[in-house]
Design a protein around this ligand. Structure first.
Ligand SMILES: O=C(O)CCC(=O)C(=O)O
Ligand SMILES: [Fe+2]
Length: 774
């Protein structure tokens, strides 16, 4: 632990008296007998028809004003029944009440003996409420009020409690009829009950009294600790964040266990709630961000079959934690991260996983002091040994200086940073979205850090991966922030200096660059293209094509090296060195982009591009790429006529040569049989079968052949037919043993040639009909 961690821990250790100004919770309810004099037995949950009998025996709750006791229904409107008229019995009632008192007393942070005396029952029918007030001490030793809400159905009626600037609003209606909710608060807290909007709220009000003598317990006051914690954080904020030993964030592990669903600032238990009540204002005063989050450590490794040789357990492992058959062996992998973020305002953040360092933890031992949340063993399979996975989880307060936000988040990668930037942008928009607002400054400052800390994440640039559009996401924000320095920095650092760049980034990129003066924008574009043409041919082709109308008005010269780089990339038939991908495939649209871009920069380079396109038949097939590309490019208003005319001519020449080949239907039944029959892996009879097939194919008279043989021999011939695309149909005749494979000759290849001939003729018509030279 660093000095800072130690300091903070020692300050927060003095928040010794856990507890808050209020406590709330639930207890299991075993149905008691509740009798009210003049009404009789009361059903729980309360029945609607019992509301009015209850109101009838009750009196308007009065309120004390100086010496007088007044009834004023504008100040309060609720019905009270004196304690001597209320009789509660049942085997479990007292135990449950004891449980509630224990929880309440713990929550208030009080030690020593405490008893609860019934003070009154309150009936709130629709329209009832109780305005802000403080409870007067009604009995010796009374220090707090306890409200036990009996099961009843109602809406509204929240109990609001206030103390030293802190507020809570509690709904005491238990969702489950077998549970009962309670709230307790120190006597000097101001509180109120909001109007009941429907149904009836039925509560028992108790005085919580200290049994012994001495000073009465007081609500906690951590002013001093709060100031010290703030001072400690301020000192951190002003430190130069360059030294290795200054933590980027502090992670204060909380004491109690919480599930991801149950994690919330206002659901923190006892001591944790007290720590949060100190740290929230302290962080605010020191300009630090503060989050409640979950800290996880995921371990995996080898498992061993349990045995007497078992090693010594680590101190945090429970004895009953292990499966009977397995023991945890060596931990080989460990991942630790923070997730499930929420702000003190209760806003749940979509921010992803952020790794942490052990040096950033306060009270690190707490991480392993609960049993693992999940432990799974896997049996040994095949050549893999038995293994295990185990997760430790803890709730924590996570904080960092606001000015070093970007540094704190940079370890989480681009994704989490962009999440955070989006969040700041939303804050700014919500505040009106004008530049020079503090929120604009904040987003701008953060974006600067994101750019400086940008690490290429691997995905997002690989054309065959569904890349996360990281650069686009950033640019869309920069466009709104409209800061030219930032845009320049982003383009220089990311697509030029790094890897993140893909075709989808082009439009946001051009929109962002349009905010810069033309000269530097042109320079950035030219550099980007030159740099990335080798690994992002299609993307660069489109970018150059889209950029030319604006940036080449005074000449295409600045883009010559870029066009040259694109040409080289097009000519390159090997995968780019140092990258794991195969050679880039281009769609028709992308071929057009590249051709038009290069051709518009320089005609000579464009002509060379045509040559390279024609030379790579596999990569750029005539029918699927080049001819459609000519047709598509001809429709574009920006096509380079001479270059396109060249490609058009070349395609036409190719078609002419195809069309000049003779095409006639076969005159007899001789069919193509260019396949080898001497594979060494074949059995003898396979070779003989193959020769027989060949004889059948070459025979001018035979139209069909029946081949009766075992399955493997039939299959061997079937495969030849498929691979060599022979002009035969085959069917299996499943009568007699062995089955018979029947071969019937067809004109399939002739028909294919006819179809190709029709396509070639149609394409020739289309190409001849094009006027590409303007
Ligand atoms: O009904 C409640 O929850 C509060 C009652 C109260 O404040 C009182 O009786 O003084
Ligand atoms: Fe009260």
């Amino acid at each position: 632990m660093t000095d800072l961690n130690t300091q903070l821990v020692s300050i927060l250790n003095r928040v010794q008296r856990p507890g808050s100004f209020y406590a709330t919770g639930k207890a299991d309810l075993a149905m008691p007998r509740l009798e009210v004099e003049g009404v009789g037995n009361i059903a729980l949950p309360l029945l609607p028809q019992q509301i009015s009998p209850l109101v009838q025996v009750a009196e308007q709750a009065p309120y004390g004003k100086g010496e007088e006791t007044l009834v004023d229904t504008t100040v309060r409107k609720t019905w009270q029944i004196a304690p001597d008229k209320v009789h509660i019995s049942g085997k479990y009632w007292q135990t449950m009440l004891d449980d509630i008192v224990t929880q309440a007393v713990d929550g208030l942070g009080v030690s020593g003996e405490v008893h609860a005396d019934l003070y009154k029952m309150l009936v709130y029918d629709a329209g009832s409420f109780f305005v802000n007030h403080r409870d007067t001490e009604k009995a010796d030793g009374m220090f707090a009020t306890l409200i036990v809400a009996l099961p009843a159905v109602y809406t509204g009626g929240e109990l609001r409690i206030e103390h030293a600037g802190h507020n809570v609003s509690l709904n005491l209606q238990a969702d489950d009829p077998s549970e009962i909710s309670f709230a307790a608060f120190y006597a000097d807290c101001i509180h109120e009950v909001l109007p009941i909007t429907s149904g009836c709220r039925l509560v028992l009000v108790y005085n919580l009294c200290r049994s012994g003598k001495g000073e009465l317990p007081q609500p906690p006051d951590y002013q001093r600790e709060q100031m010290q914690a703030a001072a400690c954080l301020k000192q951190w904020v002003t430190m130069e964040h360059t030294g290795e030993d200054i933590p980027l964030k502090l992670v204060y592990l909380l004491e109690h266990a919480y599930t991801p669903e149950g994690l919330a600032f206002d659901a923190l238990k006892n001591g944790d709630a007290a720590i949060a009540s100190v740290m929230i204002p302290a962080a605010e005063q020191a300009d630090c961000d503060l989050y409640l989050a979950l800290v996880s450590v995921e371990e995996s490794g080898y498992a061993e079959y349990g045995g007497s040789y078992g090693r010594k357990k680590r101190y945090w492992e429970d004895d009953d934690e292990d499966d009977d058959d397995f023991e945890i062996g060596e931990v080989t992998e460990e991942e630790q991260y923070i997730s499930h973020w929420q702000t003190p305002q209760g806003v749940v953040s979509t921010m992803g996983h952020l790794p942490f360092e052990n040096e950033e933890l306060c009270l690190p031992n707490r991480l392993y002091s609960l049993a693992a949340d999940a432990l799974h063993f896997h049996e040994a399979t095949g050549n893999e040994g038995a293994s295990f996975e185990r997760t430790y989880r803890r709730a924590a307060l996570v904080m960092w200086p606001r000015v070093y936000r970007a540094d704190a988040l940079s370890v989480g990668g681009v994704d989490i940073n962009l999440d955070y930037l989006a969040h700041l942008m939303a804050d700014w928009q919500a505040a009106g979205g004008a530049s020079a607002q503090p929120q604009w400054q904040e987003a701008l400052h953060f974006a600067k850090g994101v750019i400086a800390n940008w690490e290429d994440t691997g995905s997002g640039w690989h054309p065959s991966l569904p890349g996360a559009p990281y650069l686009s996401r950033l640019l869309s924000h920069l466009l709104l922030l409209a800061d030219t320095h930032l845009i320049e920095a982003a383009v220089t650092r990311i697509p030029i200096g790094g890897k993140s760049y893909q075709r989808e980034d082009n439009l946001p990129l051009l929109a962002a660059l349009a905010l810069l003066p033309d000269a530097p924008a042109r320079q950035l574009l030219a550099t980007l293209l030159e740099k990335r043409a080798a690994d992002s041919l299609a993307a660069c082709g489109q970018l150059l094509r889209l950029a030319l109308p604006r940036y080449a008005q005074t000449g295409t010269e600045p883009f010559l090296p870029a066009a040259q780089a694109l040409l080289e990339s097009l000519a390159n038939t090997q995968p780019v060195t140092g990258s794991y991908r195969s050679i880039e495939r281009l769609t028709v649209e992308q071929v057009v982009d590249v051709l038009i871009a290069i051709g518009n920069v320089d005609e000579g380079l464009g002509k060379q591009a045509v040559v390279h396109l024609l030379a790579q038949r596999q990569r750029f097939p005539m029918d699927e790429r080049l001819i459609p590309a000519v047709l598509l490019a001809a429709q574009a208003s920006d096509h380079p006529p001479v270059v396109l005319a060249l490609l058009q001519q070349q395609c036409l020449a190719y078609l002419e040569s195809c069309l000049s080949l003779p095409l006639a239907a076969p005159t007899d039944w001789t069919r193509e049989a260019s396949f080898e029959c001497s594979s060494s892996s074949w059995r003898k009879d396979n070779n003989a079968d193959c020769e027989a097939l060949k004889r059948f194919m070459l025979d001018p008279q035979e139209t069909s052949w029946n081949f009766a043989a075992a399955e493997d021999r039939r299959n061997a011939l079937g495969r030849i037919v498929q691979q060599a695309k022979l002009d035969v149909d085959i069917t299996t005749i499943k009568s007699g043993r062995p089955y018979t494979l029947r071969f019937v000759k067809t004109q399939a290849s002739y028909e294919r040639n006819v179809a190709q001939r029709q396509r070639d003729e149609a394409n020739r018509e289309r190409l001849l009909g094009l006027r590409v030279d303007g």
